[in-house]
Design a protein around this ligand. Structure first.
Ligand SMILES: Nc1ncnc2c1ncn2[C@@H]1O[C@H](COP(=O)(O)OP(=O)(O)OP(=O)(O)O)[C@@H](O)[C@H]1O
Length: 711
């Protein structure tokens, strides 16, 4: 008999035995899943993280009141261990994770050490990967393609194609994604997406991996698979840190190390196995059959009384570490409670005094140069117990809590295999896995692949340009050489600008807002530089827009009987193409600077003044002097002027006249009427090119700013 539990891919081995009476007993024992190791991955060093007195605050509200989120927490996260950061909602788990990853840096004080050295953010970024909560994947890629993109970007040209294939193959097999390699990412289940997110980051074997709520949205079986995967990554010598809400007892047991936060302070740090015994020493008895993870959250929420202060003090706000095989720090509970009560009453008075002065709040920031110990006074004034533990630890407050923070000895899991890892931290690693040109090329190919996959939009654009082209051609049919229909022809020229402007602009407004979450993740995890990404994205749509524009212009130019002269057609087309590209750039700027709602509203509205001052509605002379500067900014004006000059300037012969009198028979009359007699086509083109580059650079700067401000 063989029972296969597919959900966990683990065979169950039945052991059949017979008792004395001859009846059959079947014991089903779950087999140990064969731990697969990733052998093809590049070797990386094991990394331990120690953080001390981490303080983080944000400004809030109109009065810019400071809100303290992390209150001088300390902790240690070791390689080879799977660490869970737990705590009630709003305790500061994600904030701590964001700070440890280096994703958040402003407003933070304290020290973070990597293998005993102060963290160098740039160096650290090369060693770590941050897998965010929402998987942030490109839905239009097959699993295999997504892996190839990651491998090409992260492993660069130093590894051959075969080596990359081996790495991809091995990771996909290890993570159980091999059979889904030809599945589109958008069709993967939640658990598979999570595994793919991990697989993508595993390509360059980061020794530290951070996960924000890796089990959120997964069923219990997928949760188990996910945590089992994290555990196996840790067992291979990596430092795996994840935030998790409230794991089941089964999941909880799989973690090696637990770091629990409550209201921005550490209430427990140590082995998961030691949690219950440790809490017991503080008179917090976890009932039998009660999930220890739930119990510690309940305690942190205050459901079992006011224990948070005691816990923070006992664990010295993360400076103590409760480790299996090590004696507990000594805690004099009675003295601790007395000290708390005494200080509570003293502090209500202190708090009142401080608050009545009007400038001290619980969320007071640390002043420059001050340290956490100084700040404790303020924290203290608002019932923060952290200082108590510090003063107590030196034996003056009646509570004896040995601080073993300087103790670098640690008990690693016995089953950790660090054979895959080099032990030295590489000092001169490149910032990215491959050159910026390669990054540009890979991202460009990926973007073109998206366009190929999502042909609906391309067909729509093609259809719109051809349909509108024929519609305009029919409406203004054969008017281009008719002296009596010059005003209508000018209307046609203006409509061209309008149509090309809107079709180009609306497409690009959404480019960045839709890509932003993936961009944030990939850029933060050092897949590529923003410059390479930006160039690839902005270049990728230019050929399509050019083709659509050429098609549209050819149709309308021919049907409306504009001058049948190749050079005039070239000039006309040139001005139209530039208008398209400039309008694309406007869309990119708006998309980079604003969110979707504001952008979609503002981009067309912002274009209205440029349309008004294009020279079609009011000639330059008729515009009030103080408003004339707007015409210089109006790219529509340059486009309109360019097409008008291509049509009527350059010594065009008189138009045909089928009526008694045609006022605009002479093209010069039209140019005089438009105030374009002295206008220069070359200047119009130069102005459009300058505006194009100005907008493209602005879009890049806005995007960079948005990327920074999102962190
Ligand atoms: N930029 C910010 N401005 C104001 N408050 C913030 C900001 N970022 C975080 N906070 C506050 O800090 C506290 C901790 O937030 P954080 O997201 O770290 O909590 P969490 O423990 O991860 O919660 P959850 O489990 O619900 O995700 C919350 O009260 C949150 O409102």
């Amino acid at each position: 008999m063989k029972i296969v539990d597919e959900s966990e891919s683990c065979e169950m081995n039945p052991i059949v035995s017979y008792d004395r009476k001859g009846s059959v007993k079947v014991n089903i024992q779950p087999c140990q899943q064969q731990a697969r190791t990733l052998t093809h991955l590049p070797k990386r060093p094991p990394v331990d993280i120690v953080f001390e007195d981490l303080y983080y605050s944000v400004s809030e509200g109109r009065k810019k009141k400071t809100k303290t989120i992390l209150k001088c927490v300390s902790g240690r996260l070791y390689s080879g261990e799977l660490t869970a950061i737990m705590g009630p909602s709003g305790a500061g788990k994600s904030t701590l994770l964001n700070i440890l990853t280096g994703y958040r840096t402003s407003g933070m004080k304290g020290s973070i050490k990597i293998n005993g050295e102060e963290r160098n953010l740039s160096q650290f970024a090369k060693l770590s990967a941050y897998i965010m909560q929402d998987n942030q994947l490109h839905g239009n890629l097959y699993v295999e393609e997504a892996m190839h993109v990651a491998a090409n970007l992260k492993l660069g040209n130093e590894h051959s194609k075969e080596e990359k294939m081996d790495v991809i193959q091995e990771i996909l097999e290890t993570l159980g994604l091999q059979e889904h390699r030809r599945t589109l990412t958008c069709n993967l289940s939640g658990g598979q997406k999570k595994r793919l997110s991990i697989a993508l980051e595993l390509v360059n074997n980061p020794p530290i991996m951070f996960f924000d709520e890796p089990t959120s949205g997964l069923d219990s079986s997928s949760c188990f698979q996910c945590v089992a995967l994290l555990k196996s990554l840790a067992t291979e010598g990596r430092t795996i840190i994840c935030t998790i809400h409230q794991p089941s007892a089964r999941l909880f047991e799989m973690f090696d190390h637990l770091y629990t936060l409550a209201d921005g302070q550490c209430v427990y740090q140590g082995s998961t196995a030691q949690l219950v015994p440790w809490l017991k020493t503080l008179n917090l008895v976890c009932p039998s059959y009660h999930n220890p993870a739930s119990f510690v959250i309940e305690v942190s929420c205050g459901e079992h009384g006011e224990n948070v202060k005691n816990l923070v003090a006992a664990i010295n706000n993360g400076k103590n570490d409760i480790r299996t095989g090590k004696p507990f720090p000594k805690v004099d509970l009675k003295a601790l409670n007395n000290a708390n009560m005494e200080k509570q009453s003293n502090l209500s008075q202190e708090t009142d005094n401080l608050l009545s002065n009007g400038d001290a709040t619980s969320d007071q920031p640390l002043s420059e140069g001050s340290n956490c110990t100084n700040n404790m006074l303020l924290a203290y004034a608002t019932n923060d117990i952290a200082k108590d533990s510090q003063s107590n630890s030196d034996g003056k407050g009646g509570v004896v809590i040995p601080v073993d923070f300087s103790d670098n000895e640690k008990s690693k899991c016995d089953n950790v295999s660090t054979s895959l890892l080099d032990t030295s931290l590489p000092l001169s690693q490149k910032r990215y896995g491959t050159s910026e040109f390669n990054q540009f090329w890979i991202v460009l190919k990926r973007t073109l692949l998206f366009s190929r996959r999502d042909w609906t939009l391309m067909y729509l654009r093609l259809f719109a340009h051809i349909l509108v082209g024929f519609l305009i051609g029919a409406l203004y049919y054969d008017i281009g050489n008719d002296g009596a229909k010059v005003l209508s022809n000018l209307g046609f020229l203006f409509f061209n600008m309008l149509f090309l402007m809107y079709t180009s602009m609306t497409i690009t407004i959404l480019s960045f807002p839709l890509e932003m979450p993936v961009l944030i993740k990939e850029n933060f995890n050092r897949w590529y530089s923003l410059r390479s990404y930006y160039l690839a994205i902005t270049v990728s749509d230019i050929p399509f827009q050019a083709i659509f524009c050429v098609l549209y212009v050819s149709i309308v130019y021919y049907l409306t009987s504009q001058p049948q002269d190749l050079s005039r057609f070239g000039m006309f087309l040139g001005a139209c193409l530039l208008i398209s590209f400039v309008a694309q750039s406007v869309g990119l700027v708006v998309g980079a600077a604003m969110n979707v709602q504001n952008g979609v509203f503002l981009a067309p509205v912002m274009s209205v003044p440029f349309l008004l001052f294009s020279g079609f509605f009011v000639s330059f002379d008729a515009i009030p002097v103080y408003l004339r500067w707007i015409t210089y900014l109006s790219y529509i004006r340059y486009g309109f002027e360019g097409t008008a000059l291509a049509t009527y300037s350059f010594n065009r012969t008189n138009l045909k006249c089928f009526q008694v009198y045609c006022h605009f028979k002479d093209p010069n009359t039209t140019l005089e009427e438009l105030d374009m007699k002295t206008a220069s086509f070359e200047l119009d083109i130069i102005a459009l090119i300058v505006i194009f580059f100005f907008l493209r650079i602005s879009a890049y700067l806005f995007l960079r700013w948005k990327l920074m401000s999102s962190r």
